[in-house]
Design a protein around this ligand. Structure first.
Ligand code: UD1
Ligand code: CA
Length: 502
């Protein structure tokens, strides 16, 4: 029996096949870029593979190479590469390489595209399908150790499928050793009844790669099936094994939109379970959307229909009410985010209350115990501790100190049509309702601005500024009109006293 595994101890390269047409998806977006929430499927596979610290990861891509490369470079990922120290990072992943398969001629052809790239590599090649997004590093580690312990030339992960129709069936001999794989289209009725299926995860010793050129063309499909290498290697006496270690939920392949929905659901359940174990409460974990990069502190309560996206961190003891979307933001301990609020690229400090119906746009730092209420929009602004903007305001490009009161309807007029200017409001200032602050402008410490003012000049500390016109009352002015408009209300009650009117 041949065995090329001995000389190849512990060196690992990963190949991810991602050049397929993805026709069953019925979408112009490359299949592997469809997201499990906000992470492309392919990135999920890369992240799990990265947990094994391979010396290289090669991705086989098709004609949409540029689109795939861009999406992967933009996607947040763990900094597994040399020098990484945990956490999540964005940008280029330095040990990734791309190899192009110009025409999708099948999985066997796709793997053979990496031959030149891997020609000097000696070790184990872990082959993964880019459309098996829920696979975990833990399962891959277990698999590799079984492969190495068994000193196999080729191993694969199989699993028992409740609906095996879209997978290749594992054929075993009388001694239960894997013989070959037969795809559904080519299977006999009896073979179709087999429920042990191929996950598309293989460990192949580099010395065996030369067998790829022996794969025959499947004339019905016009493709070279990687699965055929199992039968070929078996006939030549290479040592093989199929390890039935994956669960169906983890190993599922995503070929259609409805399978993608199912994968998202499984992923959501997996994440929610993990956070529940760490002390997070979800009132309805079926309706939440949490990115895999999000961190949530314990004793935090999350209501239905909440989306936590990107690299968001939620502290402990927070309450996030329904219909809230938080993206790339840091929410410190004890914060309350009320209904229908959007927070993007911002920091909300401890015990602040935000919402309902607030929009915190990128670049904001909302101080501890601050209160941002109904229909308040804030952009690129610092809001000091204990400051309140409780209703209907726009605060943009503003630096607002501590303990400031922003009255209802306050607007920082930050844009003159050409450039943006800043508004500064110092500690303890009081801005009356319906004030416009024409930036650049500053309201000094402890100053008051009267309601309805348009502030164009700086307001000195501890002063009062009012810029509205004096109020005039013309008594009786409305009586004649009201006779006509509302005779039922004012017809007899108000008599014009001409003398008095003078
Ligand atoms: C494949 C396996 C099947 C297995 C299933 C597991 C083959 C022939 N069949 O079937 O036994 O049960 O995965 O999910 O391998 N790809 C390329 N280039 C190509 C064709 C495909 O890179 O020319 C990539 C695809 O992008 C995809 C992966 O290979 O990520 C698998 O291809 P797909 O067409 O989805 O294979 P399945 O029919 O699912
Ligand atoms: Ca597939």
């Amino acid at each position: 029996m041949k065995n090329v595994a001995d000389s190849n101890v512990l060196k690992l390269a990963v190949v991810i096949l991602a050049a397929g047409r993805g026709e069953r998806m019925g979408s112009p977006l490359p299949k592997v870029l469809h997201g499990i929430f906000d992470k492309p499927m392919l990135q999920c596979v890369i992240d799990s593979a990265s947990g094994l610290k391979p010396s290289k990861i090669v991705i086989v891509v098709g004609k949409n190479y540029g689109e795939i490369k861009d999406a992967i470079n933009k996607s947040p990922h763990p900094p597994f590469i040399k020098g990484g120290r945990g956490g999540i990072t964005k940008g280029k992943q330095s040990n990734l390489s791309f190899v192009i398969q110009k025409k999708p001629m099948g999985t066997g052809d796709a793997l053979s595209m990496t031959k030149t790239f891997l020609k000097d590599f000696r070790g184990t090649i872990l082959v993964l399908n880019g459309d098996v997004p829920l696979i975990t590093s833990e399962t891959l580690k277990k698999f590799l150790s079984l492969h190495r312990k068994g000193r196999n030339d080729i191993s694969l992960i199989s699993f028992a499928a409740t609906n095996p129709a879209s997978y290749g069936r594992i054929l075993r001999d009388r001694n239960s050793r894997i013989n070959s794989i037969v795809e559904d289209n080519d299977a006999t009725e009896a073979q179709r009844k087999i429920t042990e299926v191929n996950s598309g995860v293989y460990a192949i010793e580099s010395g065996v790669l030369s067998l790829l050129k022996e794969i025959p063309l499947n004339t019905a499909k016009g493709e070279y099936y990687l699965t055929d290498v199992i039968g070929i290697a078996g006939n030549k006496g290479y040592k093989m094994n199929a390890y039935c270690i994956g669960s169906e939920d983890e190993m599922m392949g995503v070929n259609t939109a409805s399978e993608l929905m199912k994968a998202r659901k499984i992923f959501r359940g997996r994440l929610a379970d993990a956070w529940i174990k760490k002390g997070v409460t979800f009132l309805d974990h079926d309706s939440i959307f949490i990115s895999g990069n999000v961190v949530i502190g314990k004793n935090t309560i999350i209501y239905p229909d909440v989306c936590l996206e990107g690299m968001t961190e939620i502290g402990s003891g927070c309450t996030i009410y329904p219909n809230v979307r938080i993206v790339d933001s840091v929410i410190k301990d004890g914060v309350v985010v009320k209904d229908s609020t959007v927070i993007e690229g911002s920091v909300i400090r401890a015990r602040a209350v935000v919402g309902p119906f607030a929009h915190i746009r990128p670049g904001c730092d909302i101080g501890s115990e601050a209160k941002i209420g109904n229909f308040v929009e804030i952009k690129k602004s610092v809001i000091g501790d204990r400051t309140k903007a409780s209703h209907l305001s726009y605060l943009g490009d503003a630096s607002i100190g501590k303990g400031v009161n922003i009255g209802a309807g306050t607007i920082t007029c930050n844009y003159d049509g050409k450039k943006k200017s800043r508004t500064t409001i110092e500690d303890g200032a009081f801005i009356g309702s319906d004030t416009q602050l024409i930036a650049p402008v500053k309201v000094g410490k402890g100053a008051y601005v009267g309601a309805g003012s348009t502030i164009t000049k700086c307001v000195p500390p501890m002063s009062l500024s009012v810029s509205r016109a004096d109020q005039k009352n013309i008594e009786g002015w409305a009586i004649k009109r009201q006779f006509k408009v509302h005779p039922d209300l004012f017809g007899t009650k108000f008599k014009v006293n001409k003398k008095k009117r003078k």
